[in-house]
Design a protein around this ligand. Structure first.
Ligand SMILES: [Zn+2]
Ligand SMILES: [Zn+2]
Ligand SMILES: [Zn+2]
Ligand SMILES: [Zn+2]
Ligand SMILES: [Zn+2]
Ligand SMILES: [Zn+2]
Length: 410
């Protein structure tokens, strides 16, 4: 593989982002990320942080965000190169269209096929794998790879395709493969076009290997986990999205929570965990012990809100492992709160029955006032006494001050 060739392909990836988007990008922003290849390691680390913050502040799907994501890829690429002290020549040869290829160590555990030429990568041949999207290729094929790294498309899109098989039809695709543009039909031959059930597009057999996968859109709309044929690029995308909590399920399809009892139960458990986490967030013992982090790690979003689900979460809801997982965490959190002097001291006493045993909003049979967070036994607040006693007190106090003010003013 010639160096000049690969350097052009690397530059193509980065300059492509410049040429596509730069017209709409602010000059100040452009100058912030100028001369990336010349940056020192420290400057690169600093710029990566800056770029990440700018991405978080940018508008979803905006041109600015896309431009920033490509800059981030470029910055990371140069940073990895600087820290690993890999000679520039080798690194640039292994970087094509934002992929970052690395030689696989040892023999592959199972038969591996080249994503570019679709042939087997034999044990005596070196297999190169992209560290971001796991695209595999022969050494000789790397320089020809034309698919943009799925990691970049995943970052740009933000969430998987949630329209069910959004087909445009072969004619609008001009009877060509959606990826490599190979003609799929002409007078002399007919190359069985393969439909991707994720993107709805048709592909040639080099770009679509009849891999089967669950399709997020079918889950989100129909709670359907059947595996369907998808293209290579779709498979890589689904795999990269798999554990990312980016699906706002209830917002997309609220009815699902009515019809799928398992989802309703999971939502209740998450609400319970959110209440528990409020105690753990202000308890010095729990903080010192890093209880929340240790228990839930990178799935922390499950106890920070009820909006987001990953594809993996939905699979876990369906096979009920999510139920057991959340029940386990509830057990651990509850055990801490009940046995910790700080947390237990923050329990409520039901003002209606006066029972001295502290009650907590996450317990069963407890009613929590939406206004003032005061808690009661559910059986104590039903019937005649429908209003929260604390709220009644606050209201009376407010009325009294208002009356006093009127007397003073008159
Ligand atoms: Zn890649
Ligand atoms: Zn190959
Ligand atoms: Zn193709
Ligand atoms: Zn505590
Ligand atoms: Zn009570
Ligand atoms: Zn209240």
């Amino acid at each position: 593989m010639s160096l000049s060739n690969s350097l052009t392909s690397l530059n193509r990836a980065s300059s492509m982002s410049d040429s596509i988007f730069s017209v709409d990008i602010d000059d100040n922003l452009k100058s912030t990320f100028k001369n990336i290849p010349q940056m020192t390691n420290e400057e690169l680390i600093e710029s990566i942080e800056k770029c990440k913050n700018l991405i978080a502040d940018s508008e979803e799907m905006s041109i600015e965000r896309k431009w920033l994501i490509r800059k981030l890829v470029e910055l990371r690429f140069h940073q990895v190169q600087k820290t690993a002290k890999i000679p520039e020549k080798i690194v640039s040869e292994l970087s094509v269209n934002s992929h970052d290829f690395r030689p696989q160590k040892g023999a592959p555990s199972k038969r591996t096929f080249c994503d570019f030429c679709t042939n087997c990568i034999w044990i005596f041949q070196q297999c190169f794998t992209c560290i971001h999207c796991f695209y595999n290729a022969h050494a000789k094929c790397i320089k020809h790879v034309n698919r943009l790294c799925a990691h970049v498309t995943v970052c740009e899109k933000g969430q998987p395709e949630i329209r069910i098989c959004p087909e445009i039809g072969l004619s609008l695709q001009l009877y060509r493969c959606a990826e490599c543009r190979l003609p799929l039909m002409n007078k002399q031959f007919y190359l069985e076009p393969r439909k991707c059930h994720y993107s709805g597009l048709y592909f040639c057999k080099t770009c679509h290997w009849n891999n089967y996968s669950i399709v997020p859109a079918n889950i989100v709309h129909n709670w359907d986990f059947e595996q369907r044929p998808v293209s290579r690029i779709a498979l890589q995308e689904i795999n990269l999205f798999y554990e990312r909590p980016v699906i706002k399920l209830e917002q997309i399809n609220p009815k699902l929570f009515v019809f799928i009892a398992k989802l309703g139960t999971v939502k209740t458990k998450r609400l319970q965990l959110i209440e528990m986490k409020r105690y753990l967030d202000v308890c010095k013992f729990a903080l010192k012990e890093k209880l929340v982090d240790k228990t839930i790690g990178k799935r922390r979003y499950l106890v920070e809100g009820i909006d987001f689900y990953s594809i993996y979460d939905l699979v876990c809801v369906e096979n009920v492992s999510m139920f057991d997982y959340l029940s386990g965490i509830i057990g651990i959190f509850k055990n801490h709160i009940m046995n910790c002097e700080i947390c237990h001291g923050h329990g409520y006493i039901c003002e209606y029955c006066g029972d001295k045993t502290p009650i907590f909003p996450f317990n069963d049979g407890i009613y929590k006032c939406e206004n003032c967070n005061n808690c009661f036994h559910r059986q104590c607040i039903t019937g005649v006494r429908r209003e929260c006693s604390k709220c009644i007190r606050l209201k009376e106090k407010k009325n009294l001050t208002n009356e006093n003010k009127t007397v003073e003013n008159s």
